[in-house]
Design a protein around this ligand. Structure first.
Ligand code: PRP
Length: 184
C-alpha cells in the first residue's frame, strides 16, 4: 500500500510551471480555433490523465466544441508485437464524418494513441483525426504517431501533476514536477 504522506515528500523540482502550462494551453487553443474556423471539433479525451488539459483547452476554444471521454489502456509485453489495448470505456458520441481531436496528457511509447487511431479509423469513421498532446516524450517512442498539436517536449523523467499521476496521486497539482523515485 502506498503511503501518501511519504509520497508527497517525493515531489521533485518543477519541470513546467502553472504559468507556462496556462500560456501553452491558450496558444494551442488559439491554433486549433484558427484551423477550424467556420467549423466545429469533437475533443476526445483519453482518461484519466488528460482530464485537466481537455477541460482547460475546451474552455479557451472560440469555435463550437463537443467533448467526449474514452478509456483505452495499452500494455507492452516482452516484445513490441505483444502490445495490447484494453477498451475500458468507449465513445458516447457519434463521430462519423466529424473532425476529431484526440487529447492526451502525454505520449510516451505511442502505443495507446496508435491503437485509438486505428480503432477509430476502422469502426468510427470520423472525417479527420488529429492529435493534441500536452507532453511529448519522443525518447520512449516504440511506434510512430502523427502529432498535430504538441505542448512541450519532455525528457525521459518520471513526471507528475496536471493530470499525471503516481499511484493515482498528484493529478490535482497545478504544475508538472519530477517525482523522485527510489532508483535515482
Ligand atoms: C498515460 C497517458 C496516455 C498513455 C501514454 O496513461 O495518459 O494515455 O499513458 O503512454 P503510451 O504512449 O506509452 O501509450 P496511463 O496509462 O498512465 O493512465 P492514466 O491516463 O489514467 O494516468
Amino acid at each position: 500500500m502506498p503511503d501518501p504522506g511519504q509520497m508527497y515528500k517525493n515531489i521533485g523540482k518543477t519541470v513546467i510551471s502553472e504559468k507556462r502550462i496556462r500560456a501553452k494551453v491558450s496558444q494551442l487553443a488559439e491554433k486549433i480555433s484558427q484551423e477550424h474556423q467556420n467549423s466545429e471539433v469533437t475533443l476526445v479525451s483519453n482518461l484519466k490523465g488528460s482530464f485537466r488539459f481537455v477541460s482547460d483547452l475546451a474552455s479557451r476554444l472560440t469555435i463550437p466544441v463537443r467533448i467526449d471521454f474514452i478509456s483505452f489502456r495499452s500494455y507492452v509485453g516482452t516484445k513490441r508485437k505483444d502490445s495490447k489495448v484494453r477498451i475500458e470505456k468507449d465513445l458516447d458520441l457519434d463521430i462519423h464524418g466529424k473532425d476529431v481531436i484526440l487529447v492526451e496528457d502525454i505520449v510516451d511509447t505511442g502505443l495507446t494513441l496508435n491503437h485509438i487511431i486505428r480503432y477509430f479509423e476502422e469502426f468510427k469513421k470520423p472525417r479527420t483525426i488529429k492529435v493534441c498532446a500536452l507532453l511529448n516524450k519522443p525518447s520512449r517512442r516504440l511506434v510512430p504517431v502523427q502529432m498535430d498539436y504538441i505542448g512541450f517536449e519532455v525528457p525521459d523523467k518520471f513526471l507528475i501533476g496536471y493530470g499525471l499521476d503516481h499511484e493515482e496521486y498528484f493529478r490535482e497539482l497545478n504544475n508538472i514536477a519530477e517525482y523522485k523515485t527510489r532508483q535515482k
